[in-house]
Design a protein around this ligand. Structure first.
Ligand code: SF4
Length: 358
């Protein structure tokens, strides 16, 4: 256990102020995100140093298309999440307590280089990776960045923040893959150590946000504005869920807001829904809906609009120069197959292309 940050002591009760859930916990209570407990009037996180999964991924898998293209990123997660999405694709870890994904009785195992070829399930369940260990492992694997992903880094805030700091000391980059549901003060505290973010904008209708994700729209929009103000590179993903978030007039309003508040160079990824978790009765998003959503976004003036989870769709992952309209980056699923950007500029006309390219 490690003491939490951004919380209030109210006698023997505590109130967490990291995300808009603002959990008020009596002694012995467990938080909504499952990672925090009130122990004798002090708030503790159980997630610190306790990743339940890690992998090396292409950065395009986050997805980030305008950040260090073609690089690999060391990706890790603990259990727990601030949301309860009906369509969660990682519910086995996001909707679990730390002690359900780890072996709390086992002898702790720390991972330091040299790395073993593989870890057994039992070793993984006993694994502790503290911030310096994560950095050492990332360097040993030759990755230029660390991604806090799969579940929700806001729910393992302290572990993310300390690892981000340790990573920057070694000149590694930090990537957050987040739902964006975080209060403004901890957001500013955390994102000063972050180089890139992928934020899910799961809809543009507060009632749908409540129903589909158990969240609220306004805090996510505020997080996007704060990221813009802080100068953190970020890309937005919108999962198009049939009957929930596929109404084109709502998508049109969302795109208009993005263009107005964040600018036309803000990348937006539409992602195809696949039936899972509590929504197995719904069909995958029709390709025609995704094509129309992309047209709507472009009509609102957005320059970088992508479609994900659709192998075989022409141009789904192509970046077009907004000035000369030539294809400058082509991707095949998560692989970059062509890159015509030099020093952040289009190789054909010299226009500056938004992103972090090297
Ligand atoms: S981070 Fe967790 S404990 Fe804190 S308010 Fe959000 S859900 Fe509650």
């Amino acid at each position: 256990m490690k003491e939490g940050r951004h919380y209030l002591k109210l006698g023997r009760n505590v109130q967490c102020k990291i995300c808009p859930n603002n959990c008020l916990l009596e002694p012995g209570d467990r938080s909504h995100c499952r990672n925090r407990v009130n122990h004798d009037g002090t708030l503790y996180t159980l997630a610190y140093g306790n990743p339940c999964t890690f992998h090396v991924d292409p950065v395009e898998k986050k997805p980030l298309y305008h950040f260090l293209p073609g690089s690999r990123t060391f990706s890790l997660a603990t259990s727990g999440c601030v949301f309860r999405c009906l369509n969660c694709q990682n519910w086995e870890i996001s909707q679990r307590k730390p002690e359900e994904t780890k072996d709390p009785e086992g002898e702790p195992l720390r991972l330091r280089p040299p790395l073993p070829a593989r870890l057994t399930t039992s070793e993984m369940a006993r694994l502790s990776l503290f911030p310096d260990d994560v950095v050492a492992v990332t360097e040993a694997l030759g990755c230029p960045s660390i991604s806090y992903t799969y579940s929700e880094p806001t729910a393992f805030f302290e572990y993310t923040q300390d690892t981000c700091r340790a990573a920057h000391e070694r000149r590694l980059k930090n990537i957050l893959v987040s739902c964006g549901s975080i209060e403004e003060r901890p957001a500013r505290d955390l994102y000063q150590h972050v180089d890139a973010a992928h934020v899910d904008l799961k809809g543009f209708d507060d009632a749908i946000y409540r129903k589909l994700n158990s969240g609220r729209l306004a805090p996510i929009l505020r997080t996007l504005q704060v990221l813009k103000e802080l100068g953190v590179w970020f890309e937005i993903i919108h999962l198009v869920v049939p009957t929930y978030t596929d109404r084109l007039e709502v998508i049109q309003r969302m795109c208009a807001w993005i263009a107005r508040e964040l600018g036309p160079d803000q990348p937006l990824h539409f992602s195809r829904f696949q039936p899972q978790h509590h929504l197995t009765h719904l069909p995958p998003t029709p390709l025609e809906t995704l094509r129309k959503a992309r047209e709507v976004a472009r009509a609102e003036g957005l320059h970088f609009v992508y479609v994900g989870n659709v192998p075989g769709m022409a141009d789904a992952g192509t970046t077009w120069c907004p000035d000369c309209h030539k294809a400058i980056v082509e991707r095949d699923i998560f692989a970059v197959t062509r890159l015509d950007i030099t020093d952040g500029r289009c190789r054909f006309c010299g226009a500056k292309i938004s992103g972090v390219w090297s």
